[in-house]
Design a protein around this ligand. Structure first.
Ligand code: ATP
Ligand code: MG
Length: 445
């Protein structure tokens, strides 16, 4: 993308309403614009990151064998009356009446709707196991929307639902979700720690929240520092392998790690004192096993192997896709702006022309721009007639992980400069070598 043809409405001033870095930077970098309290338009740069995260979530869910579909944002109230949650959910639910006086709602989650889809089409245990998911906007009329997209009222969530014949199978689905979530967060470049949590209004027996540690997080967490040394890495996973998935769950959840809702001081005291940590975290996902709660209330049964109607065992599993955009920035920024991890960068390489209009610089930039694009390295080319300082400030704010700087002086010596946004370190390279280096950096991403 050439900056002169893009829509990147950068703010010069620091917006006063933003209390935390990610919110401030998303506004300053022209990623979002507030439409109403807790409701945002996603401007091109923000939209690009959101779509990139969505893509990673889709890839990892489908790798785990989960099937995408799309349910609507608006739902009929009657389904929620069946489960009993229409009254229970309270003021967070946005209730709407259509012109025929039918009660509707903007979905805060989708257990009822998916259970209705399931019961209308699945009859036999032979069609199980089944996990369906979608990535769709949700609405929760939060009392205090804040921190930009981190606690919005309208937000983008991946929510998946498993249907299984037995509790044992449903627990395997739970483990599969845990494993796929660990992979998802790691690919995005963040560490999210599964912590024992409270099930809240969804109701259930087993649940873990995934928390990314951050001083600005809204949850208070207690953990054994040994959990922060675990990493998923590039191990191969067979998602049908029950023992392997169970092993990973045990590896990642056997150490003490809980939110304040389930914190147990006596248990925590057993962690060696030098490893006890109390900190804050951002909830970026949660998994639940809730048994037959919805299938019984809504009559979602299959014919079991003996022919008897059996309510299915279910769970639901969510990732806060739009919240993750903010969380990623909380974990990856400095005073000058955002520092995207390579896996999620909206533009992989920034290209700065120090002397727009100089024919050598323009020609070299054009060649690099085409070369980067041809290698799939989505470049952002600052081709404006601007001072070098302003161009660097824009690139630093927007956060491209790598920047190639092209100027007449370097070109006279046959070089351009490749700079890491994270470390600030630069190398002088020929334009060809710079292209090859960028391709190599992104080869495994
Ligand atoms: P929270 O405790 O933060 O209110 P929750 O536990 O009510 O969240 P879940 O029902 O578990 O939320 O939803 C799954 C995920 O959706 C959460 O882990 C979080 O990442 C995201 N999420 C929930 N509420 C919001 C919100 N208001 N704005 C942005 N993302 C949200
Ligand atoms: Mg939650």
């Amino acid at each position: 993308m050439r900056l002169t043809r893009y829509f990147l409405p950068i703010l010069k001033e620091t917006p006063a309403e933003a209390a935390i870095a990610s919110h401030r930077l998303m506004l300053r970098a022209g990623m979002i614009r507030q439409a109403a309290s807790g409701i945002y338009s996603w401007l091109p740069l923000g939209f690009k990151v959101l779509k990139r995260l969505e893509q990673i979530v889709h890839e990892e869910q489908q790798r785990a064998g989960h099937i995408p579909l799309l349910m609507p944002t608006l739902q009929p109230a009657d389904l929620w009356r069946e489960s009993g949650r229409y009254d229970d959910y309270g003021q967070e639910m946005l209730r709407i009446r259509d012109r025929h006086d039918r009660d509707m709602l903007y979905g805060p989650t989708n257990e009822e709707l998916i259970t209705d889809i399931f019961r209308s089409s699945v009859r036999s245990y032979k069609d199980l196991p089944l996990t369906l998911y979608h990535i769709q906007w949700k609405f929760r009329d939060e009392v205090r929307p804040r921190f930009g997209v981190m606690r919005g009222r309208e937000f983008y969530m991946k929510d998946g639902y498993n249907f299984d014949l037995t509790k044992e199978d449903a627990l395997h689905a739970y483990n599969r979700h845990l494993v796929s979530y660990l992979r998802t967060y790691e690919r995005m470049g963040i560490q999210a720690i599964p912590m024992r949590a409270d099930s809240g209004p969804i109701g259930g027996e087993d649940t873990h929240e995934f928390l990314m540690l951050a001083d600005t997080g809204e949850s208070e967490v207690f953990y054994d520092s040994a959990v922060t040394e675990l990493s998923f890495g590039d191990r191969m996973i067979d998602y049908d392998d029950v023992a392997q998935c169970q092993g990973i769950l045990e590896e990642f959840t056997s150490r003490y790690a809980r939110t304040d809702e389930t914190h147990d001081a006596a248990e925590f005291a057993k962690v060696p004192a030098e490893r006890q940590r109390q900190a804050r975290g951002i909830e970026v996902g949660q998994i639940f096993y809730f048994g037959t709660k919805y299938s019984q209330a809504m009559n979602a049964v299959v014919n079991g192997p003996d022919g008897a109607p059996t309510p299915v065992h279910m769970g639901s599993h969510g990732i806060g896709v739009s919240r993750l955009v903010g969380a990623l920035i909380e974990a990856n920024h400095d005073d000058n702006g955002i520092i995207w991890p390579e896996g999620v960068a909206p533009f992989k390489v920034g290209l700065v022309n120090l002397k727009q209009g100089d024919s050598a610089a323009d020609t070299a930039c054009e060649g690099l721009y085409q070369g980067l694009a041809a290698r799939g390295l989505d470049p952002l080319y600052d081709d404006r007639e601007e001072r070098a300082g302003a161009k660097f400030a824009t690139m630093d704010l927007v956060g491209c992980p790598w920047r190639i700087t092209v100027g007449p002086r370097g070109l006279a010596a046959g070089t351009v400069e490749l700079t890491s946004r994270r470390t600030g370190e630069s190398e002088e390279l020929s334009p060809e070598a710079a292209l090859a280096r960028c391709a190599q950096i992104y080869a495994g991403v």
